[in-house]
Design a protein. Structure first.
Length: 388
Protein backbone atom coordinates (compact mmCIF):
# COMPACT_ATOMS: atom_id res chain seq x y z
CA UNK A 1 0.00 0.00 0.00
CA UNK A 2 1.09 3.57 -0.61
CA UNK A 3 2.63 5.49 2.26
CA UNK A 4 -0.28 7.93 2.00
CA UNK A 5 -4.02 7.65 1.76
CA UNK A 6 -6.01 9.88 -0.59
CA UNK A 7 -8.59 11.75 1.49
CA UNK A 8 -11.78 13.25 0.13
CA UNK A 9 -13.01 16.32 2.04
CA UNK A 10 -16.81 16.56 1.91
CA UNK A 11 -17.98 20.10 2.64
CA UNK A 12 -15.62 23.03 2.19
CA UNK A 13 -16.75 25.16 5.10
CA UNK A 14 -14.75 26.17 8.17
CA UNK A 15 -13.70 22.64 9.12
CA UNK A 16 -13.33 21.27 5.61
CA UNK A 17 -11.15 24.16 4.46
CA UNK A 18 -9.04 23.89 7.63
CA UNK A 19 -8.40 20.15 7.13
CA UNK A 20 -7.64 20.72 3.45
CA UNK A 21 -5.08 23.39 4.36
CA UNK A 22 -3.47 21.12 6.97
CA UNK A 23 -3.00 18.42 4.34
CA UNK A 24 -1.81 20.85 1.66
CA UNK A 25 0.75 22.31 4.07
CA UNK A 26 2.18 18.91 4.93
CA UNK A 27 0.93 18.80 8.51
CA UNK A 28 -0.57 15.31 8.05
CA UNK A 29 2.28 13.24 6.52
CA UNK A 30 0.23 10.13 5.78
CA UNK A 31 -2.56 11.93 3.89
CA UNK A 32 -2.74 13.41 0.41
CA UNK A 33 -5.69 15.58 -0.59
CA UNK A 34 -7.54 13.40 -3.11
CA UNK A 35 -10.64 15.47 -3.84
CA UNK A 36 -13.07 18.03 -2.43
CA UNK A 37 -16.86 18.17 -2.77
CA UNK A 38 -19.33 20.95 -1.98
CA UNK A 39 -22.78 21.77 -3.33
CA UNK A 40 -22.09 25.53 -3.09
CA UNK A 41 -20.50 26.95 -6.30
CA UNK A 42 -18.75 29.71 -4.34
CA UNK A 43 -17.12 27.18 -2.03
CA UNK A 44 -16.08 25.01 -4.94
CA UNK A 45 -14.44 28.07 -6.51
CA UNK A 46 -12.64 28.85 -3.24
CA UNK A 47 -11.46 25.25 -2.97
CA UNK A 48 -10.18 25.25 -6.57
CA UNK A 49 -8.23 28.46 -5.95
CA UNK A 50 -6.70 27.21 -2.69
CA UNK A 51 -5.91 23.72 -4.00
CA UNK A 52 -4.96 23.83 -7.68
CA UNK A 53 -4.84 20.42 -9.29
CA UNK A 54 -7.16 18.81 -6.73
CA UNK A 55 -10.40 17.51 -8.31
CA UNK A 56 -13.46 19.44 -7.12
CA UNK A 57 -16.92 17.85 -7.26
CA UNK A 58 -20.42 19.18 -6.81
CA UNK A 59 -21.86 16.11 -5.11
CA UNK A 60 -20.73 13.56 -2.59
CA UNK A 61 -21.77 10.78 -4.96
CA UNK A 62 -19.43 12.07 -7.66
CA UNK A 63 -16.56 12.13 -5.19
CA UNK A 64 -17.26 8.57 -4.02
CA UNK A 65 -17.27 7.13 -7.53
CA UNK A 66 -14.37 9.23 -8.82
CA UNK A 67 -11.67 6.70 -8.01
CA UNK A 68 -9.70 9.60 -6.52
CA UNK A 69 -10.15 8.82 -2.81
CA UNK A 70 -9.44 5.98 -0.40
CA UNK A 71 -11.20 7.67 2.52
CA UNK A 72 -13.47 10.62 3.30
CA UNK A 73 -14.01 13.08 6.12
CA UNK A 74 -17.56 14.42 6.43
CA UNK A 75 -17.51 18.11 7.39
CA UNK A 76 -21.22 18.63 6.73
CA UNK A 77 -24.40 19.36 8.78
CA UNK A 78 -25.05 16.93 11.61
CA UNK A 79 -27.93 15.00 10.06
CA UNK A 80 -25.71 14.07 7.10
CA UNK A 81 -22.90 12.48 9.13
CA UNK A 82 -24.52 9.02 9.41
CA UNK A 83 -25.99 9.16 5.90
CA UNK A 84 -22.65 9.98 4.29
CA UNK A 85 -20.73 7.63 6.56
CA UNK A 86 -23.01 4.76 5.50
CA UNK A 87 -22.69 5.65 1.79
CA UNK A 88 -18.90 5.79 2.02
CA UNK A 89 -18.57 2.47 3.84
CA UNK A 90 -20.98 0.76 1.46
CA UNK A 91 -18.84 2.05 -1.42
CA UNK A 92 -15.73 0.50 0.15
CA UNK A 93 -14.34 3.85 1.31
CA UNK A 94 -12.90 4.43 4.81
CA UNK A 95 -14.85 7.04 6.79
CA UNK A 96 -13.97 9.70 9.36
CA UNK A 97 -17.14 11.50 10.51
CA UNK A 98 -17.20 14.85 12.23
CA UNK A 99 -18.76 15.26 15.65
CA UNK A 100 -21.46 14.62 16.59
CA UNK A 101 -21.89 11.19 15.00
CA UNK A 102 -25.47 12.20 14.27
CA UNK A 103 -28.53 13.80 15.79
CA UNK A 104 -30.43 10.77 17.07
CA UNK A 105 -29.20 7.35 18.17
CA UNK A 106 -31.42 5.35 15.82
CA UNK A 107 -29.63 6.98 12.89
CA UNK A 108 -26.17 6.52 14.43
CA UNK A 109 -26.90 2.87 15.29
CA UNK A 110 -27.55 2.24 11.58
CA UNK A 111 -24.15 3.74 10.78
CA UNK A 112 -22.48 1.56 13.42
CA UNK A 113 -24.19 -1.55 12.04
CA UNK A 114 -22.92 -0.86 8.52
CA UNK A 115 -19.41 -0.22 9.88
CA UNK A 116 -19.52 -3.49 11.83
CA UNK A 117 -20.46 -5.33 8.62
CA UNK A 118 -17.34 -3.93 6.89
CA UNK A 119 -14.55 -4.70 9.37
CA UNK A 120 -11.93 -4.36 6.64
CA UNK A 121 -12.68 -0.60 6.53
CA UNK A 122 -11.60 2.00 9.08
CA UNK A 123 -14.37 4.00 10.74
CA UNK A 124 -13.45 6.88 13.05
CA UNK A 125 -14.87 10.09 14.50
CA UNK A 126 -13.23 13.50 14.94
CA UNK A 127 -13.11 13.58 18.73
CA UNK A 128 -9.96 15.68 18.62
CA UNK A 129 -10.10 16.59 22.31
CA UNK A 130 -9.31 12.96 23.17
CA UNK A 131 -5.78 13.76 21.98
CA UNK A 132 -5.32 16.41 24.67
CA UNK A 133 -2.56 15.29 27.06
CA UNK A 134 -4.55 16.62 30.02
CA UNK A 135 -7.62 14.47 29.40
CA UNK A 136 -5.56 11.44 28.48
CA UNK A 137 -3.58 11.87 31.70
CA UNK A 138 -6.58 12.13 34.02
CA UNK A 139 -8.25 9.19 32.30
CA UNK A 140 -5.09 7.20 33.04
CA UNK A 141 -5.11 8.36 36.68
CA UNK A 142 -8.70 7.17 37.10
CA UNK A 143 -8.15 3.86 35.31
CA UNK A 144 -5.12 3.19 37.51
CA UNK A 145 -7.36 3.56 40.58
CA UNK A 146 -5.39 6.52 41.96
CA UNK A 147 -8.53 8.34 43.16
CA UNK A 148 -10.50 5.17 43.81
CA UNK A 149 -14.09 4.60 42.80
CA UNK A 150 -15.89 7.62 41.35
CA UNK A 151 -18.51 9.06 43.69
CA UNK A 152 -19.46 12.29 41.91
CA UNK A 153 -18.63 14.23 38.73
CA UNK A 154 -19.46 17.84 37.89
CA UNK A 155 -18.70 19.67 34.65
CA UNK A 156 -19.66 23.32 34.18
CA UNK A 157 -18.85 24.32 30.60
CA UNK A 158 -20.49 27.66 29.83
CA UNK A 159 -17.80 29.45 27.82
CA UNK A 160 -19.71 29.13 24.55
CA UNK A 161 -21.05 32.68 24.38
CA UNK A 162 -22.96 33.16 21.12
CA UNK A 163 -24.67 36.52 20.41
CA UNK A 164 -27.92 36.60 18.48
CA UNK A 165 -26.14 37.40 15.22
CA UNK A 166 -24.50 33.99 15.32
CA UNK A 167 -27.90 32.33 15.19
CA UNK A 168 -29.24 34.70 12.54
CA UNK A 169 -26.50 33.86 10.03
CA UNK A 170 -28.27 30.84 8.59
CA UNK A 171 -31.80 29.44 8.33
CA UNK A 172 -30.68 26.01 9.55
CA UNK A 173 -28.67 27.24 12.53
CA UNK A 174 -30.19 26.37 15.94
CA UNK A 175 -33.21 24.56 14.50
CA UNK A 176 -34.61 21.11 15.23
CA UNK A 177 -34.87 20.18 11.57
CA UNK A 178 -31.63 21.74 10.33
CA UNK A 179 -29.10 21.39 13.12
CA UNK A 180 -30.88 18.95 15.39
CA UNK A 181 -30.65 21.01 18.58
CA UNK A 182 -28.73 23.78 20.28
CA UNK A 183 -25.75 23.74 22.62
CA UNK A 184 -25.89 19.96 23.16
CA UNK A 185 -25.86 19.29 19.42
CA UNK A 186 -23.36 21.94 18.39
CA UNK A 187 -21.02 23.32 21.07
CA UNK A 188 -20.86 20.59 23.74
CA UNK A 189 -20.52 17.20 21.95
CA UNK A 190 -16.77 17.07 22.69
CA UNK A 191 -17.39 17.51 26.42
CA UNK A 192 -20.26 15.00 26.42
CA UNK A 193 -17.87 12.51 24.81
CA UNK A 194 -15.04 13.25 27.23
CA UNK A 195 -17.39 13.10 30.24
CA UNK A 196 -18.49 9.54 29.50
CA UNK A 197 -15.07 8.49 28.09
CA UNK A 198 -13.32 9.49 31.32
CA UNK A 199 -16.01 8.96 33.96
CA UNK A 200 -18.11 6.16 32.50
CA UNK A 201 -21.54 5.80 30.91
CA UNK A 202 -24.39 6.55 33.35
CA UNK A 203 -27.42 4.36 33.95
CA UNK A 204 -30.03 7.12 33.78
CA UNK A 205 -30.47 10.82 33.06
CA UNK A 206 -32.65 13.60 34.42
CA UNK A 207 -32.40 17.01 32.78
CA UNK A 208 -33.86 20.51 32.75
CA UNK A 209 -33.31 22.34 29.47
CA UNK A 210 -34.37 25.89 28.61
CA UNK A 211 -35.37 26.43 25.00
CA UNK A 212 -34.89 29.94 23.64
CA UNK A 213 -34.17 31.08 27.19
CA UNK A 214 -31.83 33.98 26.40
CA UNK A 215 -31.84 33.86 22.58
CA UNK A 216 -34.52 34.04 19.91
CA UNK A 217 -34.24 30.37 18.92
CA UNK A 218 -36.39 27.22 19.21
CA UNK A 219 -33.67 24.97 20.62
CA UNK A 220 -31.85 24.82 23.96
CA UNK A 221 -29.39 27.48 25.10
CA UNK A 222 -29.28 26.46 28.81
CA UNK A 223 -28.80 22.90 30.09
CA UNK A 224 -28.56 21.16 33.46
CA UNK A 225 -28.15 17.37 33.39
CA UNK A 226 -28.06 15.04 36.41
CA UNK A 227 -26.93 11.45 35.82
CA UNK A 228 -26.96 8.34 37.97
CA UNK A 229 -23.98 5.98 37.61
CA UNK A 230 -25.40 3.44 40.03
CA UNK A 231 -24.27 2.58 43.55
CA UNK A 232 -25.02 6.12 44.75
CA UNK A 233 -22.58 7.82 42.35
CA UNK A 234 -23.96 10.82 40.47
CA UNK A 235 -22.86 13.50 38.03
CA UNK A 236 -23.97 16.88 36.74
CA UNK A 237 -23.31 18.66 33.45
CA UNK A 238 -24.16 22.34 33.02
CA UNK A 239 -23.77 24.23 29.75
CA UNK A 240 -25.10 27.41 28.14
CA UNK A 241 -24.42 29.84 25.29
CA UNK A 242 -25.41 33.15 26.93
CA UNK A 243 -22.59 33.79 29.43
CA UNK A 244 -20.07 36.38 28.24
CA UNK A 245 -17.55 35.25 30.87
CA UNK A 246 -18.26 31.54 31.03
CA UNK A 247 -16.75 28.78 33.16
CA UNK A 248 -14.95 25.57 32.27
CA UNK A 249 -14.50 23.46 35.40
CA UNK A 250 -14.55 19.68 35.74
CA UNK A 251 -14.50 17.95 39.14
CA UNK A 252 -14.22 14.20 39.62
CA UNK A 253 -14.49 12.97 43.21
CA UNK A 254 -13.43 9.47 44.17
CA UNK A 255 -13.24 7.64 47.46
CA UNK A 256 -9.43 7.97 47.38
CA UNK A 257 -9.02 11.46 45.93
CA UNK A 258 -10.23 14.18 43.62
CA UNK A 259 -9.39 15.75 40.26
CA UNK A 260 -10.21 19.37 39.40
CA UNK A 261 -9.66 20.60 35.84
CA UNK A 262 -9.80 24.34 35.11
CA UNK A 263 -10.22 25.75 31.59
CA UNK A 264 -9.36 22.32 30.15
CA UNK A 265 -5.75 23.30 30.84
CA UNK A 266 -4.81 22.84 34.50
CA UNK A 267 -5.42 19.69 36.53
CA UNK A 268 -5.14 19.49 40.31
CA UNK A 269 -5.01 15.90 41.56
CA UNK A 270 -5.55 15.13 45.25
CA UNK A 271 -4.61 11.62 46.35
CA UNK A 272 -5.75 10.44 49.78
CA UNK A 273 -3.37 8.34 51.85
CA UNK A 274 -6.20 5.87 52.51
CA UNK A 275 -9.82 5.52 51.36
CA UNK A 276 -11.87 8.38 52.83
CA UNK A 277 -13.93 6.13 55.08
CA UNK A 278 -10.80 4.63 56.62
CA UNK A 279 -9.44 8.12 57.31
CA UNK A 280 -12.76 9.09 58.86
CA UNK A 281 -12.93 5.98 61.04
CA UNK A 282 -9.37 6.52 62.29
CA UNK A 283 -9.95 10.04 63.65
CA UNK A 284 -11.11 10.64 67.20
CA UNK A 285 -12.47 13.94 68.57
CA UNK A 286 -9.01 15.26 69.44
CA UNK A 287 -8.03 14.83 65.79
CA UNK A 288 -11.20 16.64 64.75
CA UNK A 289 -10.32 19.57 67.02
CA UNK A 290 -6.82 19.75 65.51
CA UNK A 291 -8.33 19.60 62.03
CA UNK A 292 -10.80 22.42 62.73
CA UNK A 293 -8.16 24.62 64.33
CA UNK A 294 -5.58 24.10 61.59
CA UNK A 295 -3.19 22.11 63.77
CA UNK A 296 -3.55 18.79 61.95
CA UNK A 297 -0.82 17.75 59.51
CA UNK A 298 -2.85 17.29 56.33
CA UNK A 299 0.01 15.36 54.68
CA UNK A 300 -1.25 12.46 56.80
CA UNK A 301 -4.50 12.71 54.83
CA UNK A 302 -3.58 13.61 51.28
CA UNK A 303 -1.04 14.90 48.76
CA UNK A 304 -1.70 17.42 46.00
CA UNK A 305 -0.25 17.62 42.49
CA UNK A 306 -0.94 20.40 39.97
CA UNK A 307 -0.22 19.91 36.29
CA UNK A 308 -0.58 22.33 33.39
CA UNK A 309 -0.94 21.33 29.77
CA UNK A 310 -0.82 23.15 26.45
CA UNK A 311 -4.16 23.19 24.61
CA UNK A 312 -2.43 22.80 21.20
CA UNK A 313 -5.61 23.43 19.19
CA UNK A 314 -4.48 22.69 15.63
CA UNK A 315 -2.39 19.72 16.69
CA UNK A 316 -5.49 17.97 18.01
CA UNK A 317 -7.10 17.76 14.57
CA UNK A 318 -3.96 16.81 12.69
CA UNK A 319 -3.27 14.10 15.27
CA UNK A 320 -6.69 12.51 14.66
CA UNK A 321 -6.25 12.78 10.89
CA UNK A 322 -2.79 11.17 11.03
CA UNK A 323 -4.06 8.46 13.40
CA UNK A 324 -6.95 7.72 11.00
CA UNK A 325 -4.48 7.34 8.14
CA UNK A 326 -2.18 5.12 10.18
CA UNK A 327 -5.11 2.92 11.17
CA UNK A 328 -5.75 2.38 7.46
CA UNK A 329 -2.10 1.96 6.48
CA UNK A 330 -0.73 -0.04 9.41
CA UNK A 331 -3.66 -1.12 11.57
CA UNK A 332 -2.75 1.31 14.36
CA UNK A 333 -5.45 1.54 17.08
CA UNK A 334 -7.82 4.47 16.67
CA UNK A 335 -7.87 7.35 19.14
CA UNK A 336 -11.62 7.65 18.60
CA UNK A 337 -13.33 4.65 16.98
CA UNK A 338 -16.41 5.74 15.08
CA UNK A 339 -18.60 3.26 16.93
CA UNK A 340 -18.05 5.25 20.15
CA UNK A 341 -19.72 8.35 18.67
CA UNK A 342 -23.12 7.01 19.70
CA UNK A 343 -22.33 7.44 23.41
CA UNK A 344 -22.40 11.25 23.42
CA UNK A 345 -25.43 11.32 21.11
CA UNK A 346 -27.22 8.97 23.52
CA UNK A 347 -26.46 11.27 26.45
CA UNK A 348 -27.81 14.29 24.56
CA UNK A 349 -30.90 12.40 23.39
CA UNK A 350 -31.62 11.21 26.93
CA UNK A 351 -31.31 14.78 28.21
CA UNK A 352 -33.76 16.06 25.58
CA UNK A 353 -36.25 13.27 26.27
CA UNK A 354 -36.03 13.81 30.02
CA UNK A 355 -36.64 17.53 29.66
CA UNK A 356 -39.50 17.05 27.20
CA UNK A 357 -41.25 14.45 29.36
CA UNK A 358 -40.29 15.69 32.82
CA UNK A 359 -39.07 12.27 33.92
CA UNK A 360 -35.82 10.48 34.58
CA UNK A 361 -35.00 8.27 31.59
CA UNK A 362 -32.71 5.24 31.32
CA UNK A 363 -29.65 5.58 29.10
CA UNK A 364 -31.13 2.80 26.92
CA UNK A 365 -34.32 4.82 26.35
CA UNK A 366 -36.87 4.03 23.63
CA UNK A 367 -35.29 5.36 20.41
CA UNK A 368 -38.65 5.47 18.63
CA UNK A 369 -40.13 7.59 21.42
CA UNK A 370 -37.27 10.06 21.10
CA UNK A 371 -37.51 10.26 17.31
CA UNK A 372 -41.28 10.84 17.50
CA UNK A 373 -40.76 13.67 20.00
CA UNK A 374 -38.03 15.20 17.81
CA UNK A 375 -40.27 15.02 14.74
CA UNK A 376 -43.05 16.79 16.63
CA UNK A 377 -40.70 19.72 17.13
CA UNK A 378 -39.49 19.63 13.53
CA UNK A 379 -43.11 19.72 12.36
CA UNK A 380 -43.98 22.61 14.68
CA UNK A 381 -40.94 24.49 13.42
CA UNK A 382 -42.24 24.13 9.88
CA UNK A 383 -38.91 24.60 8.07
CA UNK A 384 -37.57 21.11 7.39
CA UNK A 385 -38.90 17.60 6.68
CA UNK A 386 -39.27 15.11 9.52
CA UNK A 387 -36.76 12.29 10.00
CA UNK A 388 -37.13 8.52 9.73
Amino acid sequence: MSEQIRLGVVGYGAQGSMYSAFIRDGRVPSIALGAIADIDPAKRAAAAEAHPGVPIYETFGELLTSGRVDAVVTTVPHYLHPEMGIAALQAGIHALVEKPAGVYTKQVAELNAVAASRPELTFAIMFNMRTQPLFRHIKGVIEAGEIGSILRTNWIITNWWRPQGYYNQSAWRATWGGEGGGVLANQAPHQLDLWQWICGVPQSVYAKLAFGYRRDIEVEDEVTIVVDYGGGATGTFVTATHEITGTDRLEIVGDRGKIVVEESKTATIVRLTKPERELSAGMDMSDVVKLFTGQFDTSELYSTETLEFDLAWGVQHTTVLENFAQAILTGAPLIAPGSEGINGVRLANAAYLSSWTGREVPIDFDEDEFLAALNERITAEGKFPTRA
